[in-house]
Design a protein around this ligand. Structure first.
Ligand code: 13P
Ligand code: SF4
Length: 324
């Protein structure tokens, strides 16, 4: 655990906060799962920190009776779908996702009606209702493998992220029908930002999330080989890459919360954000005070209609069968 002298109103020092969280979690028989974009105090007190795929795998295997999910709403819903017998708490129900909000179940049904034979692949950044309308889910770490499993003669509807869709098209060589959604944080990391960062950081390795607005340009640069080492990775993939790479300096193109986890897991290496202001306000709604309240009062429970959950579960489980 990292030690800091900082004090937060309502949570005290980090050590006081951590002691109280651990005690409350034990009494509630709760496991705390946190996404890589969470605030440092939340990451440091969680039982497990990871990317979307790792968090859904952990939720599916959880032994505790309660999962406190420090992330955004669609992630907590996914945990509930995979662990229906467990209570799933989200410390702030306002933790949404602009990408997940870019498509509704009604819009997806209308799109499917245009392509009745198509296989529907949905990024996990979607609501439970949307997942219930899809054939298979994917995350940023397995989208390419998921699409590769689909027979060549089938059309594919890919949703909701246009940049991830373009990345998957490029990697698989397949043409997809891609929903034109985007994450407002990653879409703001565009070609101009990557150009400036390449010039300013010669000799650094670049790690770029596939949701970024610059990911298409990065793929061309990487393929042309005229850029520094440049990898397109999920947040979990960035941590593995930082640990395995011989590089000592990295430019990181994603939400800046990942920097804390990178610095902890690959100490001694240098990590700079490609864009300092790439901060997801939804992820940051989960504060230490709200986590304490969630554990003390058992709020806020995330529920999913059982019929929708059953259909959404099939789609998530198909993904987990491909990448167990
Ligand atoms: P990862 O699965 O790579 O952690 O991405 C989740 C996300 O919300 C990206 O914005
Ligand atoms: Fe959603 Fe973007 Fe925030 Fe990730 S960073 S949770 S995709 S709004």
């Amino acid at each position: 655990m990292s030690v800091t002298s900082e004090r937060l109103a309502g949570a005290g020092t980090f050590e006081e906060f951590a002691v109280e969280v651990r005690d409350l979690a034990r009494r509630r028989n709760a496991v705390i799962l946190a996404h890589n974009y969470q605030l440092p105090w939340i990451q440091d007190v969680a039982d497990f920190v990871g990317d979307s795929l790792q968090l859904s795998q952990r939720a599916a295997q959880a032994e505790a009776s309660t999962i406190v999910f420090c992330g955004v709403h669609f992630m907590a819903e996914t945990a509930k779908i995979l662990s229906p017998a467990r209570t799933v708490l989200l410390p702030d129900l306002g933790a949404g996702c602009s990408l997940a909000s870019s498509i509704t179940a009604g819009q997806l049904r209308a799109w499917k009606a245009e392509y009745p034979r198509a296989v529907v692949v949905a990024y996990v950044n979607t609501s439970a209702e949307v997942k219930a309308e899809t054939d298979i889910c994917c995350t940023s770490s397995n989208a390419v493998e998921v699409v590769r499993q689909i027979p060549e003669d089938r059309e594919i509807l890919f949703l909701p992220d246009m940049f991830l869709g373009a990345y998957v098209e490029r990697m698989t060589g397949r043409s997809l029908h891609v929903w034109m959604g985007e994450c407002h944080v990653h879409a703001g990391i565009g070609p101009a930002e990557i150009r400036a960062a390449l010039e300013a950081n010669p000799g650094s390795e670049f790690m770029v999330h596939p949701e970024c607005g610059c990911s298409t340009q990065c793929m061309y640069l990487a393929a042309a080989g005229d850029a520094p080492p440049l990898k397109i990775l999920s947040t979990g993939g960035m941590i593995r890459e930082a640990q395995a790479s011989s590089a000592s300096s990295f430019v990181v193109a994603t939400e800046t919360g990942i920097l804390h986890q990178l610095r902890k897991r690959a100490p001694g290496k240098r990590f700079v954000p490609l864009k300092e202001s790439a901060v997801c306000e939804y992820m940051k709604t989960i504060t230490p005070e709200k986590l304490l309240r969630s554990l003390r009062e058992g709020v806020f429970e995330v529920t999913v209609d059982p019929e929708i959950a059953a259909r959404a579960r099939r789609s998530i489980e198909r993904m987990l069968e491909i990448v167990p």
